[in-house]
Design a protein around this ligand. Sequence first.
Ligand code: BMP
Length: 277
Amino acid sequence: MSSPHLRTYAYRAQNHPNAAARLLLETVVRKKSNLSVSVDVTSADDFLAIIDAVGPYVCLIKTHIDIIEDFTPGLIQKLQALSQKHDFLIFEDRKFADIGNTVALQYSSGVYKIASWAHITNAHTVPGPSIITGLASVGLPLGRGLLLLAEMSSNGSLATGSYTEEAARMARANPNFVMGFIAQRRMETVGLTTCETAGEDDFLVLAPGVGLESKGDAMGQQYRTPREVILKSGCDIIIVGRGVYGSPKNLDIQEVRNQAGRYRTAGWEAYEERVLS
Ligand code: BMP
């Protein structure tokens, strides 16, 4: 059997053990899009306007819900209405990082009640496997999926080497709830000992740090092109923020739409080249 990154999204959708991963892969296939837009703006109006503009081009909208200054629970209903209108999933980039009991409360409760609306969320592996147990106790009955942060796109990240390998092992031990990784490359052989071979697990790799023009920002972010990320590194989904919406101070919605279309095409062409060539 070929490695997961050489199989089609459609094939992977039929065989994935995690419900949220199946929904995501089905959406990717229906919309011919492996683009996730990260909507990191602080005004609810800008947030909704960007999502409405990029909605037709994306499989997944990534949120940082706690940066919205005028958040109300009604915003979640509007986000869900846009998710229905444009057929995309929602990923709250919460980066949980505490003991199991605490993350279960943070995921289910508080102001944001993330588990009730986010199909996908993510966690650091610093606390060890109990973070997965805690989040799964809330998310698995709801059909949610978890991504582990195995690597980061920022310059000087400590998520390298044995840390990344341990994250891969934690995922392999929990394939029903852990649907994949935030990482910069394909992960199926990472952390295997010399006597082990990659199993049938299919972990999706969602990669942030993607830009067509810029190579980085002034705060350590590093960008690669969709082609480098999907074709050369074997990641599955590109996550693009400012490359699509530019500066929130000068939002130009028509330009946001154009950029989303451009990234969608670049990501999809790189996938076709990877799988069909
Ligand atoms: P931008 O494309 O504007 O640089 O945004 C990237 C987004 O991805 C941000 O929301 C950031 O929090 C997230 N992210 C990242 O950039 N690198 C990582 O390793 C993990 C992330 O979640």
